[in-house]
Ligand binder design. Structure first.
Ligand code: UVW
Length: 342
């Protein structure tokens, strides 16, 4: 095993516990045993698609950096390959070809955050000079992300380590447990810290075990879907529960519970609307704890309503989740079409 990339790891982190070169973090806990436990939850062979249409939300309301996907034809010279007759160049041919491409913000809609999504300025060498590091101490520019400036001002990014393809290759299949927060708190904006989450687990009779993927329904994605591509910011800011990443007890529970991933139907999983104290050092404390300290991937904007209602009607909370991201080398996030099998 190589030497760790750090002398001092962040307090409360698991850096090094899965090996000094580990790039999977808590996803290591999703092994064959977890897949078999997931398969045991398949009784009826019914599947649910847990993705929104990837052009939802619509516009740039949730995150002004991220644009809706734009589809266009592939082209060769002046030929655009939509309903393109091959007879154009070879008169005897009767084939007609359509072929397209997409410009997409990888975290626009239903998505996974890889462990390369959120790092921190951290002094892992203990030499008083903070450097940008990601999970397991990987150094930003050296190990993880290169940003190259190409001619014509085009920037290319590429995660050499911790990119989303590491999750794709692992598979992201195993047992998941649904916590239907809508059933406990309704669909309005509720800040859920440790105490509220524990109340919800008790009320819903949910048991969370090591290696499970925790799936949180807040009602946000279904509200977005109802808005049909014209999202209403005033309504959305009061819609759906959000986790309180500033609640230390909640972060400790995430560490202790052994969960391998958190998948939510809201944007960001956590509360982004809080006022930042003058000495605050993370706007995204849940992302910091999960992605940076534990290597625990987050997923957002999943569509969970139909699954939640079905599970409730059967008095169940667990299911087999199959949710590999794209095996897109170097990508930081990824659209995903998660499938629940029950
Ligand atoms: C942010 O940048 C807030 O990212 P995410 O979509 O992971 O919440």
């Amino acid at each position: 095993m190589n030497q760790p990339r750090w002398k001092k790891r962040p307090e409360g982190s698991n850096w090094g516990d899965f090996g000094s070169d580990d790039q999977l973090g808590r996803v290591n806990l999703i092994g064959s045993e977890q897949v078999l436990k997931g398969v045991k939850e398949v009784h009826e062979g019914i599947t649910f698609c847990l993705s929104l249409p990837l052009d939802i939300p619509g516009g740039k309301v949730l995150n002004p950096r991220r644009s809706p996907p734009r589809l266009s034809p592939t082209a060769l010279g002046d030929d655009l390959y939509i309903n393109f007759p091959l007879a154009t160049h070879t008169p005897t041919l009767r084939d007609v070809i359509s072929d397209d491409q997409v410009h997409i913000s990888l975290q626009y809609s239903t998505q996974w955050d890889s462990l390369a999504h959120v790092g921190a300025l951290f002094d892992g060498d203990d030499d008083g000079k903070p450097e940008c590091r990601y999970y397991n101490g990987f150094l930003a520019e050296q190990d993880v992300l290169n940003l190259s400036q190409k001619p014509h001002q085009q920037h290319d990014s590429y995660a050499q380590r911790l990119g989303v393809e590491t999750l794709a290759v692992h598979g992201m299949q195993g047992r998941a447990v649904l916590v239907d927060l809508v059933r406990v708190f309704g669909g309005g904006r509720t800040l859920v810290g440790y105490a509220a989450l524990m109340d919800a687990l008790e009320h819903l009779d949910v048991v969370v075990e090591r290696g499970d993927m925790l799936v949180l329904r807040t009602g946000f994605a279904e509200a977005l879907l109802d808005m049909q591509g014209s999202p209403q910011p005033d309504v959305l800011k009061n819609t759906g529960a959000v986790l309180d990443g500033s609640d230390q007890a909640l972060l400790e529970w995430i560490t202790e519970s052994g969960i391998a991933a958190i998948c939510a139907d809201n944007y960001a999983v956590e509360n982004l609307d809080r006022e930042l104290a003058p000495d605050c050092c993370s706007k995204l404390p849940l992302h910091h704890h999960c992605l940076f300290k534990l290597g625990l991937p987050l997923a957002e904007l999943w569509y969970l309503k139909d699954l939640a209602e079905w599970l409730h009607s059967r008095g169940r909370t667990r299911f087999l989740l199959t949710a590999p991201p794209l095996r897109l080398p170097g990508a930081i996030g990824s659209p995903v079409t998660p499938v629940a099998t029950v």
